[in-house]
Design a protein. Sequence first.
Length: 164
Amino acid sequence: MSTTVTAEQFLATSIELATANVLNSGGPFGAVIVTADGQSFEGVNRVTATNDPTAHAEVTAIRNACRELGTFDLSGATLYTSCEPCPMCLASALWARISRVVFAADRHDAASVGFDDAVFYEYFENENRDALMPVSKLELGDPQAPAILEPFNTWNTLDSRIDY
């Protein structure tokens, strides 16, 4: 009898986590991260339970995996999630160096029950993104002034730094 867990089973687990989370006052999202050596870490959406808008299932799974493994680099890992990741979760997966993302429901399925992240996807596609949230650089004089670059200069000379 084989004990190998398949991608379909990890995806099914993420869906089961999402469903159970709804019954535990959480959002309908679950995620499982599986490392290259087969370790798995789970996460569920805790946005309203913790009043943390970043506590999406994918982010909580990433946090759990990184904390337990003692690393911020999840290279070789796969993220299985009950629903297509939002832009924040995709960015988090990229920062964690996750190698692959597999999802079940898509953003349109989520939107049909009120989780409409379309405006966030469009933000990154739209040249007029300042209409949603202005983001600008405040010029503080000469861009080469030491004060502006001091954090980077200090970082660059630090022998004990850990690049990420």
